[in-house]
Design a binder for this molecule. Sequence first.
Ligand SMILES: *Cc1c(COP(=O)(O)O)cnc(C)c1O
Length: 281
Amino acid sequence: VYDAETIRGNARALRDAFVPRFPRLKLRYALKANTNVAIVRLILGEGLLPEVVSEGEIRAAFRAGAKGSDVLFTSSSKSPSEIDFALGHDVVLNVDNLDELGQASRAATALGTTARVSFRLNPGVDPDTLHQINTGIPESKFGVHLDGGDARRAYEAAVALPGISVAGVHCHIGSQITDPAGYEETARKMLAFVRELKRDLGLTLSFVDLGGGLGIPFSDGQAVMGADDLARALKPIWDEEVALLGYEPELWVEPGRFLVAQAGVMVARVNSVKTTPLKTF
Ligand SMILES: *Cc1c(COP(=O)(O)O)cnc(C)c1O
């Protein structure tokens, strides 16, 4: 059972933290945290937009009232039919690798449309969370490496390909992150790269997506970073970099678990009690 007021409260905490500080902003909900359409509808009703990892999640977002151009489609692997479906609905494709970029270009050309794309970049930052949910470190499978020139080459390729319109940059460094330090390092690296894209390729982007991953407490009294702590930590870095950049892209943030993980309880009933020599079930 999920509590709507808790979810709304979390959405408002996110908005209260980010909206006053970042005039150009989109807050997203990563549907993989909970794809129940009633919950997605409730969160969209709070002004968030969907971030999805599959055609099924795009469809869930549509059932919850989203339109295609509001959806960001990230995943490390998209099937040809998912790419066609996304392009047919004007969904923003968050491309994971150069192979996928070529597929998107060919699909868009065949459909007579233009794919709005970003790349998921791997910023090479360790946010100090569990290794298994650490997605922005060099050995992770996700995204194009920022260090070493791969990201730069990916954008050069995107600019040159037919059917592709470059819209932004994206990263997501992990889940259950309880300290802003990893985000700060990530924001600096991402925004320095956005400056490089403008200086060397003449690219101005509509958005910079810094991912989700905001942690939640697992025990009473556990201190974790709140949305306000994160927004406060990012603000001076963002302002400084935007001044250097000479234009202000939209900041996108896309938490999942932060919105729903503390809103659920499991309701059950004990049918019978069994005592064994070792345990009581
Ligand atoms: C899982 C995921 C998120 C959300 O992560 P949370 O830990 O639930 O906040 C955001 N963006 C991407 C790309 C993801 O894979």
